[in-house]
Design a protein around this ligand. Structure first.
Ligand code: C5P
Length: 250
């Protein structure tokens, strides 16, 4: 399985989304994109179908967490969307993750990749102890949740690039690490605290990197995307248009 850069499309609605995607209209290979709760709840499943029709691989980041039966049924609905990757909270238990996998599997046995969120990066050791009454070191908790995800048959976890090595050492090279918190050297970290560059993420063994603002808010998003692809995968993206059609002067 090859490495890839996933662009986090954190936009409030379709207008902003398609204004951004016009930059990529000249790219022969449509970027892998991530749709989160903000866009999905605003625009509904139709937005996923539209992106798939345009040729984008889609990671639907809805982080499901409910009783196993409900998650199984929800995943059955999501599998109809022809997505490429989706996720659940590992804290929903192994039983819930198994139910998710079952619901996501199509009658012909094929299914999108399913990964687990371990502890959110917004959860600190202190918050985990105070609010969740979990007293183990957070690194151990993350690894334990990842192990349970692997036992349930999931394909990998969301983690910081800085944790990718440990996850692979403990759970195997084929257990995927999908890593947000990636920034170009010298770029703004924003609210991400433990960041790594695309090149460093590659060295650390990340399988996918998820980049939002360093690409979506770049002056030239296509160049930023190509730079990330080149640094992370070593493959340069095919040159194409960097200017949306409507802004062209010719
Ligand atoms: O803009 P930025 O590159 O920080 O975007 C990262 C994306 O990854 C966002 O959509 C964010 O919600 C998501 N994410 C994250 N940390 C996690 C899980 C998801 O930053 N632990």
């Amino acid at each position: 399985m090859g490495r890839d850069v996933i662009i986090a499309l954190d936009f409030p609605g379709r207008e902003e989304l398609f204004r951004f995607l016009r930059y990529f209209s000249g790219e022969s290979r449509k970027p892998y994109v991530k749709i989160g709760m903000e866009l999905f709840y605003a625009e509904g499943p139709r937005i996923v179908r539209e992106l798939k029709e345009l040729g984008h691989p889609v990671f639907l980041d809805l982080k499901l967490h409910d009783i196993p039966n409900t998650v199984r049924s929800a995943m059955r609905s999501l599998r109809e969307l022809d997505i490429d990757m989706t996720n659940v909270h590992a804290s929903g238990t192994k039983e819930m993750m198994e139910a998710a996998l079952e619901g996501l599997t199509r009658p012909d046995g094929r299914r999108p990749l399913l990964i687990a969120v371990t502890q959110l990066t917004s959860t600190s050791q202190e918050r985990m102890e105070r609010d969740l009454l979990i007293r183990e070191p957070i690194d151990e908790v993350v690894l334990h949740y990842a192990r349970r995800a692997r036992e349930a048959g999931l394909d990998g976890v969301v983690c910081s690039p800085l944790e990718a090595g440990r996850i692979h050492d403990s759970l195997g090279r084929d257990f995927l690490s999908v890593c947000p918190g990636v920034r170009f050297p010298g770029g703004e970290a924003g609210d991400q605290s433990r960041v790594a560059s695309p090149e460093r993420a590659k060295e650390l063994g990340a399988d996918y990197i998820v980049m939002g603002r360093p690409i979506t808010r770049a002056e030239d998003p296509v160049s930023a995307y190509r730079r990330a692809m080149e640094e992370f995968t070593g493959v340069s993206a095919a040159p194409g248009s960097t200017v949306p059609d409507e802004k062209r002067e010719d």
